[in-house]
Each structure stands twice: as C-alpha cells, then as structure tokens.
Design a protein around this ligand. Structure first.
Ligand code: NAD
Length: 257
C-alpha cells in the first residue's frame, strides 16, 4: 500500500468537506464520515469523479460505537488508517445564563465526547497496526478565549485542547501525534447559523454580526474552508512529524498567543 488513508468526520460540508478535497489533492485516500449519508456521499462522488479515491460512511460522532464502526469500515475498505481528523462539531449561541441543560449536553456530546471517542478509535487502530498515526482535532479561536454568547461552545473547544495535549503525551511512545487546528471566522453554514442567532439576540439585520467579526480580522477577509484545509494538509503530512500536542491558530489575525 503506497497511498495513505485519512478519515474525516463531519465531511459533508464546510471545513470538513474542504479538508476532504485538500487531502484527496495531496494524494490521500479519504474516508468521509457524517450524520447524513447523502451529504458525505456527494463530496465522495466529487472526489471520485476527479480521479481521487473516497468512501462515504454514515456515522454520528456522539455515539462511540458509530465512530469505532467508521474506523472498522475504513480499514475493511482501504486496508488501514493513517490519519484521523476529528472535525465534526456544532455551535450554539446563547448567553450562559440562558443555556439549557439540553443544549449544553448536546454540545458536550458532539464536540467533547465525539472528539474523545475519535481519539480512542484512531489510537486503538494505529496501535493494532503498529504504525505511526496522526490525530487532528478541531478546536477554535473559541478554544483560546471564551466568546460572549458562545460560552458553552467555547468550553467544548477548550476541552478539545486539553484532550489534544493529554493524548499527545500518552501516545507519543507509539509514534502517534495529536494536534488541533484553531480556525477563526470561517464562512460555512455554521457561521450562517451563528450570525442568524446573534443578529436576533442583538436585534440587528442578518449579516451584521458576521460583518462585525470579519471587520476585526487583520488580513481583511473572512476565512475559507481551504485556509483551514491548508493547515490540516501540513499537519497530516510527514513535514509535521515532529509536532505534537499543539493547537495552532489559523484565523487571519484575530488571536495572538
Ligand atoms: P458546519 O456546521 O458547516 O459543518 C459541520 C459538519 O459536521 C456538518 O456536515 C454536520 O452535519 C457535521 N456534524 C455535526 N454533528 C455531527 C455529528 N454528531 N456526527 C457527525 N457529523 C456531525 O461547521 P464548520 O464550520 O464546517 O465547522 C467544522 C468544525 O470546525 C467544527 O468542529 C467547528 O466547531 C470548527 N470551527 C468552525 C469555525 C467556523 O468559523 N466555522 C471556527 C472554528 C472552529
């Protein structure tokens, strides 16, 4: 086997789809997992239509068994696993005092538990193969600073940095690296939802909240999924073999650490 195999969760749209296209361009065979099979299948069809190799899997990351099954299906289909991108995640806009038990639980289930299970499934597979591996998690600028109206979401993205650091320490002996990407304001369906909810809470027109955030970006434009995918491409490559436990900002100049 010469080509490396990458599994990407939440690959049906937005950043996950951007990562899938980029890793396929880089020569990876890609396994695309998502809650809605038809959406990941569409991205897989596009990649296959352009001469790449992609496979779509229905999986909801909040369920441990479904993540482990996604890894199993990938290995059945392609022979092994080399890179696991824990990209799937949800946002929720609400003041902390108004965040319901249900909304907080859902954020924790998908963002934190989903990432934990993804790390477990990938690490166990890499250990079984006795091969090096790369785990790449989706944190955020909101994993470096708590954002107003995104308090619960920010908590999940901080938690993902904690898991990234601890897993990097535990798995280094197996030549498994664990890193995170921290995007800024990426123009995806997630930000359409955030903008709609913030604009309602602030009683401003649609688009106004997004514009306020984009106006604060040093490089002067909103982020595209491809901007994030370029960093993930590097982290998934051999060029990143000596990097582990890091949560790297890719935000056009919002947070400086
Ligand atoms: P998006 O909402 O546009 O796409 C997310 C994808 O994940 C969707 O296809 C969705 O169906 C899938 N998904 C959601 N819950 C899932 C689950 N339980 N199981 C499987 N798939 C699930 O979001 P995006 O903007 O592409 O964000 C991708 C990741 O990047 C998320 O983790 C997000 O928190 C993070 N992020 C986004 C931004 C941004 O500005 N958009 C900034 C920083 C970090």
């Amino acid at each position: 086997m010469t080509k490396k195999i990458a599994l990407i969760t939440g690959a049906g749209q937005g950043i996950g789809a951007g990562i899938a296209y980029q890793l396929a361009d880089d020569g990876f065979v890609v396994s695309l997992a998502g809650r809605h099979l038809e959406k990941v299948q569409k991205v897989a069809d596009e990649i296959n239509g352009k001469g790449g190799e992609a496979f779509a899997i229905e999986a909801d990351v909040q369920y441990r068994a479904q993540i482990f099954e996604a890894v199993e299906k990938t290995v059945e289909h392609f022979g092994q696993l080399d890179v696991f991108v824990n990209n799937a995640g949800i946002a929720h806009v609400a003041p902390i005092v108004d965040t319901t038990e249900e909304d907080f639980a859902r954020l924790l289930d998908i963002n934190v538990k989903g990432t934990m299970y993804g790390i477990q499934a990938a690490a166990k597979q890499f250990k079984k193969q006795k091969t090096p591996g790369k785990i790449i998690n989706a944190s955020s600028i909101a994993g470096h600073e708590g954002f107003e109206l995104l308090g619960a979401y920010s908590a999940t993205k901080f938690a993902i940095r904690a898991l990234t650091q601890a897993a990097a320490k535990e798995l280094a002996q197996d030549k498994i690296t664990v890193n995170a990407y921290c995007p800024g304001i990426v123009l995806t369906p997630m930000w359409d939802e955030i903008d709609a909810a913030m604009s309602k809470l602030h009683d401003v027109p649609l688009g106004a909240s997004l514009k306020q955030y984009v106006d604060g970006i040093a490089l002067g434009r909103g982020e595209e999924p491809a901007d994030v995918a370029n960093l993930v491409s590097f982290l998934a490559s051999d060029k990143a073999n000596y990097i582990t436990g890091q949560a790297i900002l890719v935000d056009g100049g919002i947070k400086y650490v």
